[in-house]
Design a protein around this ligand. Sequence first.
Ligand code: MN
Length: 134
Amino acid sequence: MAKIIIIEDNPANMKLAVFLLCGAGHEVLQATDAETGLALICAEMPSLVLMDVQLPGMDGLTATRLLRADPGLAHIKVIALTAHAMKGDEEAMRAAGCDGYLAKPFHHREFLEMVSNMLEKSNIAATDLKGAQS
Ligand code: MN
């Protein structure tokens, strides 16, 4: 079980993501815009963020860049959520600092596999960090 924050302005996508993640036993926190989402990330320090790319106000890639620029938050895994993953979009998401992306509409199994892979990487990184400190 992990703490996961979803930043998504589309109610149907949010509902499905929450349903899938809660069903997998995770603690899920929600924000519908990037500004609120970043504040929630600072306060809650999740293992993983699911970040919609297209948001009202600040977009998801800008929010991811801000997260990566903050030494206290830079380690947090980010999966971009995108409606159109075209050639060049994946590069833009990687360049912004996203660890992976999921295309909408979500396919249940692909969604849960991506999340569990990302959490595994997050755990390995946390263990390495502890090892380096001791
Ligand atoms: Mn959106």
